[in-house]
Design a protein around this ligand. Structure first.
Ligand SMILES: [Zn+2]
Length: 1072
């Protein structure tokens, strides 16, 4: 396909991207172009055709139209447009970079939170791509799960159909936001081609004994009718999904043995904390969740004493064993006042059989508030402190510790039994005060410093009190050791650790998930489905949806359940559970590297090359569950031959968590009721008005939700403002990790910024084209030379572009430089006009390159990137006043072009379509150098032919081969085929070569400011020399001649004080 700027322009005209507004300028423009046309012929440069003489060049920026134009171009353009096979010139690291946003659940609507994550990951992956990395930036769908199943029941359609429709919708939205996604890696976890491998993964775990079935007291969600993992039950005992109060049930379930990896999962958090690779709060949450505590296991003797009850006579329980508790504070053992058991502790369940009051209490527990201090003392039973077993003192020996059932004790922590030490634990204290308000509280540890006030409970370590017999006065840690040593010798205690992390319950009694690939045989037990029979596909249960039934449809899919045992071939049944969807997301990132592999989860070779994920972007809400499961599965896979990991099987090198998006929320100031969009008039964004009564509504920013009527449709926003402005706005409004308060009215700031840049480029190009032949010549032949120079010495290029001139003129210098490199150069004359302003702008450009590169690459402070680029725009604008069609010099124009080019390149990751458009505009006059003429076969020719890489090869032609109407300029390649700007070293180079430095000097007389003036100070002056120079220079300046005359003449000063290297000069002039 042949594309040329000529054709291109005519296509541009047909889009909405340009709207002619200024006919007068267009006429002027045509005149200028003709002028340059004639002169170009004399210069043996391909003549400019008149393709850009129409009014299109002066237009209003239509950002949504640019989106569609460039999206079309990216999809259909020739390979050079898509950035394939691009000769990146300044690659520092030609390396892979795997950047991944957490994949979405296909709900059907992309919300603003999504848009934020995907904007961040897209921007960072585009940046890395521009830096020369081989970037992998895939997207897929976390497509199993309850919402689809619930929607299916509601609408009577198959969840697969519903899910596919949603994926189609969201895919369009992801394209509309100008994202560059690796669509060839896309998959949905509900595709049998994907879940075949999830089943494989299950069987790998099963083979190693890490997937097992066990009867367990489980969390059951009565609304969603499914079992939940502990992690899916919130602090109030409610389901994370349905919000229903979770019930406890004893069921046979499948588990993954994550506990086998707990040491590694804990230890490697250190690895992830290096260099701030993972956010601190995520690490802390994971550490807490894994929850390793070290302490001791201590045995308490329990007995029942044959007490007499008038109704039931003597009661005696044969407990037959000691009760074991876990404590992190053995030093407080003397202070134990009771024992508390979890409601599901075996002793409680046993005793409850014939204690109706206890049964009653157990039934009441689900209705108690979460922080309840309620307890129930178990009758006829008591415990004895192990320290008192062989006590010589009868009183101690006979001390009975009451045993309570206490809901605050968790059944799954330690042994579901704790020793109650009210004097030294807050929860124990509260419990004791509630249940035994009249009883005293024992204090057995006191502060180390005698006389320090003792608070009760005293929860810190200290020294033991006189209540502790012969170890009184001993420090806590020492006392713990001594007590444990003793208990160990009498076999009543031992050092121990406990973990909060339980095995991962993955069974779900639902349809829309990966079927568990197990067959249950009466004689062989559970048998793995053989590999060649995978996937075990979900059966059609359309009747179930049509009738809107609840429960697990798989349990009634009898034809599907009935199968043969793979071992003995007798009739057997399929497992009807499906896997928790967290199983899908625990390994999907590995599948992306080899998404079409039918044989294996992925190829080990690709794994070695592409894993782990270099940057993972997602919400903080996944800090525990998803990230922990992914680490577990990844570590498991790294133990197999599938992945030879170099970083302990950690899946994500770096994690970036983005903050939530809060919506502008209107409510009635009187009633507090949330107002719907239709109830508020926002035609004047700064002054919203309630339509019903004209009052001003209350405005706040809150988490977006239907009930608060504050949701925002990102699609509508993109359609209105364009994807680029929306992306820039999202990034600019808040640091990546902070809450983003979505205020649509503020987007106009970003839009204004883009318009400014667009205008600036047009202005610069207009002036450039108005200058005629000499600058055209420079453009065509100078750019390739600059390009070559950049590879020899980047700062040299800077000096030449800005008009820096250490010898008579830069042209001579350049010629010398070229000759030195063995190239027969031309003379490139550069005028020193505006030299200082040019250098100043160049320096700001270089500083911005440094800071922006750091912000993109190291700190991901993308809001800073936008603000830095805005400041740079301002500087270019100020500089642009230096040139007009009537007054111009080539250095000034060159610098402005370089600055605009760098600006647009640095913006490209954030505003891809806009930057492409600007890039085209900036290269409007570019053409490949005329290779067939005088440069042929010498070094300059080589430079020029290399320079051709900038152009779409299908648009480059030998001039002589072209007919007159074919003489069209070549088309420059996509901005994404060029590498990200790098700092050229010129800051140091300029500083070194500088002989003067500019400063503002405040001139005071008797301490009062007389005037301030910008001066060029010689760099090496100080002290007396500096003062002499100022005395000589100041009166000769324009302001000096005016302000330092007569009475105020500098010669009248009795004293001259110079401060700050000349920033302030104070003249002391005595009153005459
Ligand atoms: Zn069998």
């Amino acid at each position: 396909m042949l594309l040329s700027i000529g054709r291109w322009s005519s296509r541009v005209l047909t889009t909405k991207a340009w709207r002619p507004v200024c006919v007068a300028r267009a006429v002027l423009y045509r005149h200028i172009s003709r002028h340059s046309f004639q002169n170009n012929q004399d210069l043996d440069v391909p003549p400019q055709t008149a393709q850009h003489t129409s009014a299109q060049d002066v237009g209003i920026l239509d950002l949504p139209a640019l989106d569609s134009k460039w999206q079309r171009e990216w999809q259909t353009g020739s390979p050079s447009w898509q950035g394939e096979g691009m000769p990146m010139k300044y690659h520092s690291t030609p390396d892979k970079m795997y950047i991944l946003p957490m994949f979405p659940y296909p709900s059907g609507d992309l919300h603003l939170g999504h848009l934020r994550v995907y904007t961040i990951s897209d921007v960072l992956s585009r940046f890395r791509r521009l830096q020369g990395y081989q970037v992998v930036h895939p997207i897929g769908w976390d497509a199993f799960g309850l919402p689809a199943e619930n929607a299916a029941i509601e609408r009577g359609i198959n969840p697969a159909v519903w899910t596919k429709q949603n994926i189609q919708k969201m895919k369009k939205q992801l394209e509309a936001m100008n994202g560059a996604w690796d669509w060839d890696r896309e998959f949905a976890t509900c595709d049998p081609a994907f879940y075949k491998h999830t089943q494989r993964l299950f069987l790998l775990l099963h083979e190693k004994g890490l997937a097992y079935q066990s009867e367990a007291m489980v969390n059951y969600d009565p609304v969603d009718k499914t079992v939940l993992a502990n992690e899916q039950v919130d602090a109030n005992g409610c389901s994370w999904r349905s919000g229903a109060k979770v019930e406890k049930k004893l069921l046979k379930q499948w588990f993954f043995k994550i506990s086998e990896f707990r040491e590694e999962l804990l230890k490697d958090l250190e690895l992830l904390s290096e260099g701030g690779a993972w956010p601190d709060n995520v690490l802390t949450m994971q550490k807490h969740w894994i929850g390793k505590s070290t302490g001791a296991r201590i045995k308490f003797e329990i007995s029942s004493w044959g007490d007499y009850d008038i109704n039931i006579g003597h009661r005696y329980y044969d407990f037959n064993h000691d009760l074991e508790v876990f404590t992190t504070r053995p030093d407080t053992l003397h202070g134990v006042q009771y024992i508390a058991l979890a409601p599901n502790h075996p002793i409680v369940l046993e005793v409850a059989k014939d204690q109706p009051e206890l049964q009653f209490f157990l039934k009441s527990i689900p209705n108690l508030p979460t922080d309840s201090k309620a307890g129930h003392e178990i009758k006829f039973s008591w415990a004895r402190n192990p320290l008192h077993r062989e006590a010589s003192c009868e009183k101690a020996k006979n001390e009975r510790l009451p045993i309570f059932v206490a809901p605050y004790v968790l059944g799954d922590y330690g042994e579901g039994a704790v020793m109650g030490v009210p004097g030294h634990d807050i929860r124990d204290y509260d419990f004791w005060k509630h249940n035994r308000p009249a009883d005293p509280i024992k204090t057995v540890v006191e502060p180390l410093k005698s006389g320090a006030p003792v608070t009760v409970p005293f929860i810190h370590k200290g020294k033991l009190t006189s209540a502790c017999g012969d170890i009184a006065g001993m420090e806590s840690d020492k006392a713990s050791t001594v007590l444990l040593d003793y208990l160990q010798t009498v076999n009543l205690g031992a050092q121990a650790e406990t973990w909060r992390l339980r095995d991962w319950l993955i069974s779900r009694q639902r349809y829309w998930g990966t079927p568990i690939p197990i067959i249950h045989c009466a004689s062989c037990g559970p048998v793995a489905v053989p590999g060649d029979q995978l996937p075990v596909e979900l059966p059609d249960v359309n009747q179930h949806w049509a009738e809107g039934r609840s429960g697990n449809p798989l349990e009634s899919a009898h034809d599907w359940i009935k199968t043969k045992c793979p071992k003995c071939h007798s009739p057997a049944k399929r497992d009807t559970d499906t896997m928790d969807t967290f199983v899908d997301s625990s390994w999907y990132f590995m599948r992306f590297i080899d998404a079409r592999n039918d044989e294996e989860l992925f190829s080990p070779k690709l794994a070695e090359e592409m894993l782990p994920v270099d940057l993972y972007v997602g919400g903080i809400e996944h800090a525990i569950l998803h990230l922990l499961y992914a680490r577990f599965i990844s570590k498991f896979v790294a133990r197999s031959k599938l992945w030879r990991s170099k970083n302990n099987g950690e899946p994500f090198k770096r994690v970036l968590t983005q903050g939530m998006v809060h919506g502008q929320t209107y409510s009635d100031p009187v009633t507090g009721r949330f107002l719907k969009p239709g109830e508020v008039d926002v035609s004047v964004p700064s002054r919203p008005v309630m339509i019903s009564n004209g009052a001003t509504p209350q405005i706040s920013f809150e988490k977006m939700s239907k009930s608060k009527c504050n949701g925002v449709d990102p699609g509508a926003c993109i359609a209105k403002y364009g994807a680029d402005a929306t992306r820039a706005h999202i990034l600019f409004q808040a640091p990546v990790g902070d809450v983003l308060e979505w205020d649509e009215s503020k987007i106009s700031g970003v839009t204004r910024w883009l318009r400014k840049i667009y205008k600036l480029i047009q202005h610069r190009q207009d002036v450039f084209e108005a200058t005629g032949d000499s600058l055209y010549y420079q453009h065509s032949n100078f750019q390739p030379v600059l390009h070559q120079l950049a590879q020899w010495d980047r700062s040299l290029r800077a000096k030449i572009v800005t008009g820096y001139s250490p010898v008579d003129n830069t042209g001579q210098w350049l010629t010398m430089a070229l000759t030195e490199k063995g190239v027969s150069g031309q003379s490139f004359v550069t005028s020193p006009l505006n030299q200082r302003q040019n250098q100043r702008l160049w320096q700001q450009v270089q500083k911005t390159i440094i800071s922006v590169t750091q912000s993109y690459g190291e700190t991901a402070s993308l809001n800073t990137v936008v603000s830095d680029l805005m400041s740079m725009t301002k500087a270019i604008m100020e500089h642009s006043s230096l040139y007009t069609p009537d007054s111009v010099d080539r250095s000034t124009l060159r610098v402005s072009w370089e600055a605009l080019k760098v600006l647009v390149q640095m913006m490209a990751p954030i505003t891809p379509a806009f930057s492409e458009e600007c890039w085209m505009l900036l290269h409007r006059n570019f053409k490949p150098p005329n290779q067939n003429r005088q440069w042929k076969s010498d070094d300059m020719g080589k430079i020029y032919s290399e320079y051709n890489y900038m152009f779409d090869p299908t648009t480059i032609h030998n001039i002589e081969d072209q007919t007159a109407e074919e003489k069209k300029p070549a088309r420059v390649k996509s901005i994404f085929t060029f590498s990200f700007p790098t700092y050229d070293g010129s800051l140091e180079a300029f500083a070194k070569g500088a002989t003067t430095t500019s400063k503002t000097c405040a001139v005071q007389v008797n301490g009062k400011l007389r005037f301030a003036i910008d001066l060029e100070f010689p760099v090496d002056l100080e002290g007396e020399e500096l003062k002499e120079w100022l005395v000589k220079t100041l009166p000769d300046t324009e302001l000096g001649t005016e302000k330092l005359t007569g009475r105020w003449g500098i010669e009248n000063a009795s004293k001259i004080i110079v401060v700050g290297g000349g920033r302030t000069v104070n003249l002391v002039i005595p009153a005459s």
